[in-house]
Each structure stands twice: as C-alpha cells, then as structure tokens.
Design a protein around this ligand. Structure first.
Ligand code: 5GP
Ligand code: MG
Length: 188
C-alpha cells in the first residue's frame, strides 16, 4: 500500500535508503575535512534543514555545537520571494570558530548569498556550506557549496524537510509534488 503522503507525489526522486547512504558519506567527508579542529559550530537553516541536520550531525565524528537560523524564502507557494528574510538571529558567538552552514536545498543562491554575507561579517575562523540538494540550473547568484548531497533537476521537490506550505516535511523520501497539488492562487 502507498503511504498517504507519498501518494501526493508524481514520482520519488530519492528514496529513504538512498538519502541515508549519501548522508553517511557526507558526514565522513565533513569529519575528514575538520579532523584537526577541536570543535565546529553547525548552523542549520530551519525549518527545511531540520531532518537533514539531525541525521548529519549524529554521524559527524567530532565535537560540535549547534545553532539555527530562520530564513523565509517561500510562503504558501512554490515561487521564491525575491529577498530572503532573516527571522531570527544566532545564539552562539561565531567569531574565531569554524562554522558549517547547513541547508536543505540550494536553488537561486539568494538565501546563501544573504546568509553567508552576514556570517562572514561576524569573523568566523572558516565558513563552509553543506546542502543536501543542489538545483544547479536555477542559479541567479553564483554560489558554490563545499559539500553537496545530490544534484537535482529543476523540479519542485518535497520531503525530508522540504515543504509545500509547511506540509510534507516528515516524508522519508524526496519526491516531486503532483502538479495539481502545487497550485498557488496567483498562478490560476
Ligand atoms: P534559494 O535562495 O537558493 O533560491 O532557495 C533556497 C530555499 O528555497 C531553500 O532553503 C528552500 O526553502 C526553498 N526551495 C528551493 N527549491 C525548493 C524546492 O524544490 N522545494 C522546496 N520545498 N523548497 C525549495
Ligand atoms: Mg529552506
């Protein structure tokens, strides 16, 4: 039987197992890059990066401290806002610390351009970026992530943290939402 949430997908892009394996590999890569550091600060862009961050940090073999940033780029539709809005600030001082910024998906590059710019001004010892998904064909601002889980085509995806109107974040796989379910009123 198809699970109820999964039946809203036109197709599955990445299965739970495929995501698990890739997150394992990313965590090994990250642990290797930072292996000489005493500690790193992971900054997760929530809500989208919550499941990915939770899985990733438990596989990183180093002491970490965790903080979160809230950035709003989408409201109840599939069209990005022009200017990502920062809704919250950091609790941890990052000056002089090694920072790993984690997000679910890199799309136009606007969110990262904004957040990275802001974090750099705070004087971290280093700043690297990790994304689970990269829609390379959609970039409006040139941006390169240091760690990338999967490169994906330009389709609106949900699941494993990625939402449509705050729904589907708890889907274990990542898939493309059926077109009739991504129907923002202003597109009609
Ligand atoms: P960017 O600022 O790079 O255009 O967008 C990054 C943010 O847009 C992501 O953190 C995510 O919230 C949202 N986003 C971009 N593409 C998708 C997508 O295919 N599905 C969902 N659910 N969110 C997306
Ligand atoms: Mg996001």
């Amino acid at each position: 039987m198809t699970p109820p949430l999964e039946s809203d997908l036109s197709h599955v892009l990445l299965t739970e197992e495929c995501i698990r394996r890739r997150v394992d590999a990313l965590a090994r890569e990250i642990s290797e890059v930072y292996r000489d550091e005493d500690e790193i600060i992971v900054i997760s862009i929530i809500n989208g990066a919550i499941p990915f961050t939770a899985d990733l940090i438990r596989r990183i073999d180093l002491p970490i401290r965790l903080d979160c940033l809230r950035v709003s780029t989408y409201r109840d539709d599939t069209r990005p806002h022009r200017n990502p809005e920062l809704i919250d600030t950091l609790r941890l001082p990052i000056k002089g610390h090694h920072v790993l910024l984690v997000d679910d998906i890199l799309d136009t590059g606007r969110t990262f351009a904004r957040v990275v710019n802001l974090l750099k001004k705070m004087g971290p010892a280093s700043l690297r970026v990790c994304v689970l998904l990269d829609k390379i064909g959609r970039r409006e601002i040139p941006f390169h992530a240091d760690f990338v889980g999967f490169k994906i085509p330009d389709e609106f995806v949900v699941g494993y943290g990625l939402d449509f109107a705050e729904r589907y974040r708890n889907l274990r796989c990542i898939g493309v939402l059926r077109p009739e379910l991504q129907n923002p009123p202003e597109w009609q």
